[in-house]
Design a protein around this ligand. Structure first.
Ligand code: PLP
Ligand code: SF4
Length: 345
């Protein structure tokens, strides 16, 4: 009899025949079967009226883990975690200057999945899948396929590395590269060990939205890399970090330098109190802030935009509240620039 997953109670019901060993099976993968995919279902769970959701089906549909949803406040339609994932009618507003591909990456990403924009580092799109769909995501319009194994273009990526001696860092991105199996990650690391790459960086939201992803197999895989590992997680609000997530981040920290990047989002984290709380909460688990991004002008996300003026003022307040190492760098990405562009304040 197959394992049955009890989504509501966040634990696996084990068939007695399968016994205890089965309990240790890829639990994070089972939890992925429990994602909320229907706005109606999520709103019911949060004791909110179904009418809050956009009635039209979105081309980038709702997707959120139960773990992340469990940190939302029941009965609060303005909850900052809910606002990050619930499709609303505002997304269909056409706002001039907001396009489907603000960074001109669509072609590169749909093709071989490699972005070599900055001299020393290349970014690889390993998979289009994510465990959560963030409404402000600049990749929301990309037509890439979900992938659970090494991408077909992996060999050509290795060939590109061989012919690009200035590259010393490889960034695994997506989608979420930790949607790949531990076996695939071990394979990637085995291959990278044969190259000049000194730093392996992973950009992922999974440790935050599904802390079970940080399992022993992943920690062992990272340990097998002989260079440095950097994991850049993505959290925007301190309530995203509960004890279980904190624990996962701490474990990651035993194998990698763990940093956080956030996106500045209107009515979600556009306050010095929230942003300083985020830095302090993460630091409690050994995570340091990296970037605070100004939103890319992606169609459907204009209602999240915070002005540069407000962003600068927030940074001044943050700098007064926090030690320098807990203040993220305010930045944006400008197509064609040789690095991220810092915004001074
Ligand atoms: C953001 C980004 C990087 C990483 O830039 P850092 O400033 O080192 O974090 C690398 N490649 C691409 C294409 C990027 O968009
Ligand atoms: S997890 Fe990252 S890549 Fe995936 S939807 Fe959210 S912001 Fe976009």
């Amino acid at each position: 009899m197959p394992l049955e997953v009890d989504c509501k109670n966040a634990h696996i019901i084990i068939d007695s025949q399968a016994g205890f060993e089965a309990q240790a099976l890829t639990r994070w993968q089972d939890r992925l079967k429990c994602l909320f995919r229907e706005p109606r279902e999520l709103l019911q769970y949060l004791q909110l009226p179904e009418s809050l959701a956009d009635p039209l089906p979105a081309d980038f549909p709702l997707r959120v883990t139960r773990e992340f949803a469990s940190r939302m406040r029941k009965g609060d339609h303005r909850d900052p975690l809910l606002r990050q994932v619930l499709p609303i009618a505002d997304e269909r507003l056409e706002v001039s200057g907001y396009g489907i591909d603000p960074l001109g990456e669509r072609q590169a990403l749909a093709g071989q999945g490699l972005l070599h924009k900055y001299r020393s580092r290349i970014l690889l799109v390993m998979t289009g899948a994510c465990a959560i769909h963030c409404r402000y995501c600049f990749r929301r319009h990309f037509p890439y396929a979900e992938q659970k194994h090494l991408p077909q273009h992996w060999d050509s990526l290795l060939a590109h590395l061989a012919s690009s001696p200035a590259v010393n860092e490889v960034i695994l991105s997506g989608g979420d590269p930790l949607m790949l199996s531990n076996e695939s990650i071990r394979q990637i690391i085995r291959d990278l060990r044969q190259t000049q790459v000194k730093t392996l960086r992973i950009h992922t939201r999974l440790p935050v939205v599904l802390p079970q992803r940080v399992d022993q197999g992943l920690l062992d895989a990272l340990h097998s890399f002989d260079g440095r590992c950097v994991v850049v997680v993505h959290a925007n609000h301190p309530r995203e970090i509960d004890a279980e997530t904190g624990n996962a981040l701490r474990h990651l920290g035993t194998r990698a330098t763990v940093l956080n990047q956030s996106v500045l989002l209107k009515e979600i984290n556009d306050s010095a109190e929230v942003l300083s709380g985020l830095s302090e909460t993460l630091f409690g688990y050994g995570v340091l802030p990296y970037y605070l991004f100004q939103l890319d002008a992606v169609a459907g996300a204009a209602h999240f935009q915070v002005t540069d003026e407000v962003a600068r003022s927030l940074m001044q307040q943050l700098s007064a509240l926090l030690p320098g190492y807990l203040v993220p760098r305010l930045a944006r990405e400008i197509a064609g620039e040789p690095s991220k562009t810092l915004i001074s304040f």
